[in-house]
Design a protein around this ligand. Structure first.
Ligand SMILES: [Zn+2]
Length: 68
């Protein structure tokens, strides 16, 4: 999961993520890429300055394949 946040709402969004996923998100400065992908602050829809990520743990990756 990835969220974006402006400078103002970073605390809110971190709390929100912790609340929902019980993990602290990884915080990185958001650098707009050359991609035309438009992203917004999760709260106010303004231009983000931070990017938050969590590692998804939906599945238990069992790479224990049976040999036929
Ligand atoms: Zn905001």
């Amino acid at each position: 999961m990835v969220w974006f946040s402006c400078e103002e709402h970073i605390d809110y969004i971190i709390e929100d993520v912790i609340d929902q996923y019980q993990v602290a998100p990884l915080l990185e400065p958001f650098i707009p890429s050359s991609d035309e992908k438009t992203v917004h602050c999760h709260w106010c829809k303004r231009t983000p300055v931070y990017q938050l990520m969590t590692q998804q743990e939906e599945k238990h990756a069992h790479t224990n394949h049976c040999d036929r």
